[in-house]
Each structure stands twice: as structure tokens, then as C-alpha cells.
Design a protein around this ligand. Structure first.
Ligand code: BES
Ligand code: ZN
Length: 464
């Protein structure tokens, strides 16, 4: 590919900055909350928006129905002798609650201080769109790309990608590729872009405890009948000990140990513990003894309760001994831990701790294994070069603590190298109120993506 081809692309991007932002804001206005069935129509509207947008610059996008939310797919023309790149992203978002903590409403994108605030701004509409915009720029200026790009954009990432798993299993040929590119992670810090080579997995559950057949007076019955809320807090507190170790037998059996080399590499990253605490307004960090904050977040399993309910929550006091209590919780998993085995061991552990007078039900939901990729892919240096072109700095190599459920399936079923090129920032408030995405990161991401197609084509030549 000639230098002038790439230059033409950058010129086009420069001239179309405002339009790209406007299009991102259009997508951000659609409340595509996959977890809440009340928003199913809006999730579909976001899928339709994607299809129309892709068709608007010459692709022939397909909308694939599933038993859940639709999958959007489009591809550019095959290029002989060049690699096939599958770009994956998601147009669904997390629920925006609690609404009263948002400075401006979650689905009214608002720019403050060069950042757009909206649910989905960084996770993942803004990041995903960078690749769409770079494909558009190449087509507009050169009529073709240096590689074939297959765009796979789903609407169920935030609820575990269940239907994408079966779509992938029945479309292996269609999705065949040399590498997968995903922008759904973060940079290490402002000015320090990153390539992520590992993610934690997840195993998510809901627990329901039922005690007496109705709510009771706590004076008349308290102390004689087990209170399900007391029981739930006792049971959950057995899961982790004071040293931050998960107590379920066998839980750590398969955990891949942290290597000395990674410990050194993480230790060399510019991470400031005091600054981290200051930003969160906490007086210290906690976690498994013997590990640093980065090691805990990236390489060790964790346990978190996400919601807990039962009993009286209204104004004033009510002396009730409730009949029911429940919680949502999950474990983040690391490579080699098997979510099925974790579930079996968890059930056995909780059953052992159910007190007299309580019936327990455990409902399992999403699960995904942790992943770690080798750093010897021929495409990694190409990605690092493209990031340097887009962001002005070379990336560091990191792992992250979040999960992208489909990633392990991409690696296993497509046999492709996975490149996790995150354009977000750790303080972008993903899953929190006031989610944001820096417009500079948006445009740098588009430029990096535009450079990536060219660099991947060259890297592919060199592997021959
Ligand atoms: N973009 C995140 C994953 C992520 C965030 C990875 C930050 C690394 C750093 C993704 O959209 C996400 O939040 N996934 C869910 C998956 C779950 C609901 C199955 C997660 O990790 O909670
Ligand atoms: Zn995401």
C-alpha cells in the first residue's frame, strides 16, 4: 500500500471529525440495555442503526436474529494474499442505575472538557465505532482496504454472549480469520496506551433463601426462628477469609500461578497506589495477601456481591423478621479455572452452610473462562506500530480484570490470534454513573485503526 493511500485516509478522517462525533452521539442516544427486557425494542433499534450506518457507506450489512438480541455482521471485499481480520464489538450497554448520580442523563450524550458523557460511551459504542469509521475512511478514499475486515457486532456482551456462542459455532467458515481485533478494554493510563494479553473470566450467580412462610414480628419470633437476611450475610461471609482467600475447597487448584517475570513487568509499570486511592476516595486497597493491586486485579480470582435484598427498605423502622432474602454475586476467574467445577464446589460449600429453618436456591447465569495469550503473534508488533501512529506513544503490554465472554471461543474455535487494543481509560466510569469517553481517544482510536489495516497487511507479507 502506498504512503499516499494512507495519507488520503488521514486527510478524510481530519475532514470528517465532527460528523463522526455526531454519529457516535446518535448511537449513544439509543438506550440499548441488554439486561432489561423492557428495553428490547431499543436494543433492536441500536442494531438497526448499525445496519443502516454500515450500508450508508457501501457495505451490505446483515442483521441476524437470535433467540435474544440481534447480531450485526458486515464484511469488506477479500484481498488476495492479505490477512482476514475479524473485528468484534458490542452495541449493548449496562443498565444506567443509579440514575440520580448522573450529572447529565445517561442517554443524552453531553460533552464536557473534551469528553462525551453517556452510558456506552467507552463500553463499547465509542470504541467499537472507531473501527467502523476507519473502514469507512478507507472505502471513501481508496475504494478498498489493505486487508479483508469482517465486522461482528453483537447486542448481548453485557449479559454473557449466550447467543453469539451458538452463532459462532454454526458460522465458523463465514467468520474464518487470521486475527481478531477488539477494542473493549482500556489504556494503562492517559498517554500510556496498552495491548491487553489477558482477561479474567467470570461465574455469576443469584442466591435465594426462604425462611418462615411469611414475614414475622421480630419481637414475637426473633431469636427462635432463623432470619433469612441474617443467614444470607453469614453464608456470604464464609466465602472469603480475612486474608482475602476464597474458602471453597478446590477453588485454587487450577489457578495458573503468577510468574516472576510478570511480577517484574507489572512492577515496572507506572502505577501509583496513593493516586489510585485518592481518585476513588478510599483510605487504602484490600485483597488477597501477598499480591500487589495490579496482580490482584489482573491475575488473581475475586469474589463480589453485586446486589443484596430482603426485609424492609422503606422510610423509618419496621421490626420485621423477613421471610425471604437474596443476592447476586460473582467470582472473577483466572486462566485454567473451570467455571463448571467452581459452580459444583460452590453449591456444595453453600449447602454445608445453610442453617436450620432455611431453604436455598442457587440460579447460575453467565460464565466465561479467563484467558491469557502468548506474545509471539506476528500481528502484535503491527498493532503496536498502529497504536504509535494513532496515539503518539508505543503501547505497554498488560492484563486486565474485566471479562469479554466470547474471547476464549474466538481463540479456541477460530484458531485466530486475538488483539485486545483498548482505547478507553480506567476512570471512564464503565458500568458506573457518568460513563465517558475522551473524544481525543475516539479520534486517536480511529487513526490507529486506519493504520492497523495497512500494518497488518505488511506483517502478513513478512510471515511468508
Ligand atoms: N468492556 C468490558 C470488559 C472490560 C472492561 C475488560 C475493562 C477489561 C477492562 C465488557 O463490556 C464487560 O463489562 N463485560 C462484562 C461481562 C459479563 C457481564 C459477562 C464484565 O466484565 O462484567
Ligand atoms: Zn464492553
Amino acid at each position: 500500500m502506498s504512503a499516499s493511500a494512507v495519507n488520503g485516509v488521514f486527510e478524510y478522517l481530519e475532514q470528517n471529525r465532527q460528523r463522526a462525533e455526531g454519529e457516535l452521539f446518535e448511537l449513544l442516544r439509543i438506550p440499548s440495555i441488554s439486561a432489561d427486557s423492557k428495553f428490547a425494542g431499543d436494543v433492536r433499534r441500536a442494531a438497526d442503526w448499525m445496519v443502516e450506518h454500515l450500508n450508508g457507506f457501501g457495505l451490505e450489512a446483515e442483521l441476524h436474529e437470535t433467540e435474544g438480541h440481534p447480531i450485526v455482521y458486515a464484511e469488506t471485499a477479500p484481498v488476495a494474499g492479505a490477512p482476514v481480520v475479524l473485528v468484534y464489538g458490542h452495541y449493548d450497554v449496562q443498565p444506567p442505575d443509579p440514575l440520580d448520580l448522573w450529572i447529565t442523563p445517561p442517554f443524552e450524550p453531553t460533552v464536557r472538557d473534551g469528553k462525551v458523557f453517556a452510558r456506552g460511551a467507552t463500553d463499547d459504542k465509542g470504541q467499537m465505532l472507531t473501527h467502523v469509521k476507519s473502514v469507512e475512511a478507507w472505502l471513501a478514499t481508496n475504494k478498498k482496504l489493505p486487508v479483508q475486515v469482517k465486522l461482528l457486532i453483537e447486542g448481548e456482551e453485557e449479559v454473557g454472549s449466550e447467543h453469539l456462542e451458538s452463532f459462532l459455532a454454526s458460522n465458523i467458515e463465514k467468520l474464518a480469520c487470521d486475527c481478531v481485533v477488539i477494542s473493549d478494554t482500556s489504556q494503562f493510563a492517559p498517554g500510556v496506551p496498552a495491548i491487553t494479553y489477558g482477561l479474567r473470566g467470570i461465574a455469576y450467580y443469584e442466591i435465594h433463601l426462604t425462611g418462615p412462610n411469611r414475614d414475622l414480628h421480630s419481637g414475637v419470633f426473633g431469636g427462635a426462628v432463623t432470619n433469612p437476611v441474617n443467614a444470607l450475610s453469614d453464608m456470604l461471609s464464609t466465602i472469603v477469609d480475612d486474608a482475602g482467600r476464597i474458602q471453597i475447597p478446590g477453588f485454587y487448584d487450577e489457578v495458573a500461578p503468577l510468574t516472576e517475570q510478570e511480577r517484574e513487568e507489572f512492577g515496572a509499570l507506572p502505577f501509583d497506589e496513593a493516586e489510585y486511592c485518592k481518585q476513588l476516595e478510599v483510605d487504602g486497597t484490600t485483597g488477597e495477601a501477598g499480591y500487589s493491586t495490579l496482580e490482584r486485579r489482573w491475575t488473581r480470582p475475586s469474589f463480589d456481591v453485586h446486589g443484596i435484598w430482603g426485609g424492609y427498605q422503606g422510610e423509618g423502622e419496621k421490626t420485621v423478621l423477613p421471610s425471604h432474602a437474596a443476592a447476586k454475586f460473582s467470582f472473577r476467574l483466572v486462566p485454567n479455572q473451570d467455571p463448571e467445577k467452581i459452580t459444583a464446589n460452590l453449591r456444595a460449600w453453600l449447602e454445608k452452610h445453610v442453617p436450620t429453618g432455611i431453604k436455598m436456591e442457587i440460579v447460575e447465569s453467565h460464565r466465561a473462562p479467563g484467558v491469557v495469550f502468548s506474545l509471539d503473534s506476528p500481528y502484535l508488533q503491527a498493532a503496536a506500530d498502529a497504536i504509535e501512529i494513532g496515539f503518539g506513544n508505543r503501547p505497554v503490554f498488560i492484563r486486565e480484570g474485566g471479562s469479554i465472554p466470547i474471547v476464549s471461543t474466538f481463540a479456541d474455535k477460530l484458531g485466530a490470534d486475538v488483539l485486545l487494543l483498548g482505547w478507553g481509560q480506567n476512570d471512564d466510569n464503565l458500568h458506573s454513573p457518568n460513563e465517558k469517553f475522551s473524544l481525543a481517544d475516539f479520534h486517536h482510536g480511529i487513526s490507529a485503526s486506519a493504520a492497523l489495516w495497512d500494518r497488518l497487511a505488511t506483517a502478513h507479507q513478512n510471515t511468508k
